[in-house]
Each structure stands twice: as structure tokens, then as C-alpha cells.
Design a protein around this ligand. Sequence first.
Ligand code: ATP
Ligand code: MG
Ligand code: MG
Ligand code: MG
Length: 476
Amino acid sequence: MESAEIRRRWLSFFEERGHTVVPSASLIADDPTLLLVPAGMVPFKPYFLGEVKPPAPRVTSVQKCVRTPDIEEVGKTTRHGTFFQMCGNFSFGDYFKEGAIKLAWELLTGSVADGGFGLEPEKLWITVYLDDDEAERIWHEVVGVPKERIQRLGKKDNFWSMGVPGPCGPCSEINYDRGPEFGAEGGPAVNDERYVEIWNLVFMQYERGQGTSKEDFEILGELPTKNIDTGLGLERLAMILQGVQNMYETDTLRVVMDKATELTGVRYGAEHGSDVSLRVVADHIRTSTMLIGDGVSPGNEGRGYVLRRIMRRAIRNMRLMGATGPVVQDLINVVIDTMGLQYPELVTDRKRIETVALAEEAAFLKAIKGGTNILDTAVTETKAAGGQVLSGDKAFLLHDTWGFPIDLTLEMAAEQGLTVDEDGFRRLMKEQRDRAKADAMAKKTGHADLHAYREIADAAGATDFTGYALTENEAV
Ligand code: ATP
Ligand code: MG
Ligand code: MG
Ligand code: MG
């Protein structure tokens, strides 16, 4: 079943059951606590909190999502993308646990001829929150899932929250058993690659307060109503229904990998390292295209930094596979052609998206050229002196003059058998930031005008990549 058909079935199933179809919101969150939308419920947060009256008691959507913290998983696990689409159904004070559970089961296991997805019930495993006897009872007694396939998990997996203040509640997840070729048995509690999570049903019922982590926070009290927020990963369901090994091999991403193999001559399936690169390229190029489509421009901070890092990582992986010239135009056009069916604004906006992407590629290719020379010299010198660690000074120089993200320096040094003094690098970054602050203060008080120097430095190709100093979480 193609991704477009999964989407169509999802929306019509819930529309037929009284839900109003709401189009995906932009990836740029209309929420000061978030840079990018990581889940389908984000546009509906004020309804859950009772701040705004919902347009309808039941809605459904397929929401574009970006999860930057999942970047390290891409290509390594089979199921994480930085961009994905979350299919959701929502109830604002309408149906609750039993309604949501029954709808989910009906859609997943209903026959394909009747509009369902036709999954075999025996392959579905359920998790519920530690103390959620009610959810377990519904799964077992109402739906008929045997107790052996219902597991209880703690806050990390089965209690969902979003923002402070924000709604939260226990959740129940539906996982699909992909079989012994994906590892040991025992259910999602022990093996999340084999028993892949496909759908999360959140019973939004409390308001979350301050805390130190996703597992440690205060609950302020009950929300005005008991609500439902669900999210199913479209790409994950596509992976199951299309019988492929990972989400990058599903229809909308596979074509990007195919284009990358065409441009590099590397064959998918030939070798682990290049397979990971192909998956990273497919994922990151798609994410970049979707972000530019929603109006993000590459930059040094915030969303612009997320986009820059993701795009540069894709280009870098193309080069690892042997590409030497520009590749971005061909790759993004594959994304525009396939994703454009669901998001026609990508097609209308093709020229603008190309212009933004090509400018970033050109800037990065120039940086790689200049930076590689510095790096090679530094590596030779370090080795000649019997060292194994590239100094923090060199990593900082690469960053400061050529905009090398630290992860790029780490990767390139590792290829030549060296590690990098990351602590030293970060110390210099911090010193630079402190200096910039002091300069800004001086400028404010009229003691110095560094503006002109900044312009000269920029004209000479030096860029200030303060954004890369942020850790992933800070950047998100
Ligand atoms: P996982 O445990 O696999 O990381 P999650 O618990 O973080 O997933 P949720 O926040 O519950 O995910 O999101 C709801 C659904 O969205 C998931 O059940 C999954 O199908 C999908 N999903 C979440 N993260 C990703 C991702 N990075 N790529 C693709 N799909 C995702
Ligand atoms: Mg996750
Ligand atoms: Mg999970
Ligand atoms: Mg989950």
C-alpha cells in the first residue's frame, strides 16, 4: 500500500466516524516553546489546555513533524527519521480511552477491502502505563488482546507530556512484531526494533508543571476535560505494509536513495557504511526540502541552524560516497516530485526552494575545499609529532574560518585515525562567545564599532557559526 493511500485511508476512516479533517500545520511551530513541530498535537495544544474552544469535538490530521534529537538514530535504527508524518485522531472532551482503543484496533486490523490496514491481530503487542489498569482491561476484555501481549512500561515510554505548562497523561502504544529476523522475542519491553512502535494513544488528562526531565515533573491537576491525542507514524506503517526492512526503503524515501545511488554509483545493499549514508541522505534531503518549503532559511541559529546542519550532513554523506560536484538540485527535485503530491505548495514553490538549497550547497562546498586543506595539514603535523589527538585550536580554526560543524571535524579526523580535543574546542567557543558579548556591550556603550570588521570578515568568506556551539538539545 502506497504512502498516499495510507494517508487517504486514515483521513477517510476518521472522517466517516465524525472527525473533522484538519490540514497539516506548518513545521514552524506557532508556539514560543518550540522551534519546530515534533508531534501532531502541537496545533491543538490550546484546545487540550482549555484556553481556546476547539472547532469540533473530534478532529483528524496528518501532520508534518521534525524531530532533530532523532538525528543520530537516522540510518542506524530502522525507524527514525528527522522528518516524518504523524497521522492523528483527537478528541477534545468527547470519546476517551475505550473509544480511542476501539477505533485504533478497528482501523489497524480491519480488512483492506473495508478500508482498514489489514494487520494480523496476533502481531500486535500493546504497552500501557504502569498503573493503568483501565487501559489494560479495555485491551483485554473489550478488544480481546491476550494478557501475554500487554506489557506495562514506565514514564519514559508510557507517559506523554508536551511543554510547560502543557497537557500530559498516560499513554498506550501499539507495536508490531516484525518477526525473529529482527531479534529476540519478548515484546516491546525488551526489543523495540523487532516490536516496532507504530501508534501512540495518549490519554490527555492532566496539566504538567515544572520538572527536570520527561520522567520527573510535577502534575498540576486535571485538565478541564478528558481528551485523546494519538499519533501513528505514517512511514512506520508504510514500512510494514510495504514489507520493507526500514522506513528509508518505503516508497517516498526509496526514490531519493535511488537518485543518490545514481549520482554516486554506489549500490544500495553493497556495504553497511554506504547504506547508512544513503539513508541519511534520503532522510536529510527530504527534511531540508520540507523545512525550506515552510520558509526556513539556513542560518547560524535556531531553525536555520537545524536546517544547515541537516543539509550539510546530507551533502557530506554524498561526498563520502564519492560525489564531487553539486548534488542537491537533483535530490531535492525528487522530493518535490514525490512529496508534492501531498503538499502541492512544494511544486508551486520549486524555484524558491531550489535557490535557497543551491546557495547553501555552494557555500558548503567552498567551505569544505578550504577546510580540508587546513585539516589535512593539521593531521599531518599532529601525526608527525607522534600525536593522536587533533587540537581544540585546529577544530576551532576550522569552525571559525570555514564553518565546519564539530561533528564534521570529528568525522573527518576519525577517517584519518585521529580523535579531537572536543573540550578544548568548546572552551575556545565559549571564549569567543564571551568576547562577542563583551564587544556587543562595548558597541552599545560606544567604545568600539566592530561592525565594519564583521563585514570585511564576511566578505572574505569567514562565517560565524555560533549555532554549532549549541548542543542538539539546546538547538531544538
Ligand atoms: P520511538 O520510541 O520509536 O522513538 P516515540 O515514542 O518517540 O517513538 P511518539 O512520541 O510516541 O514516538 O510519536 C508517535 C508516533 O510517531 C510513534 O509511535 C511513531 O510511529 C512515530 N514516530 C516517532 N518518532 C519518529 C521518527 N523519528 N521517525 C518516524 N516516525 C516516528
Ligand atoms: Mg522517540
Ligand atoms: Mg516510544
Ligand atoms: Mg511513543
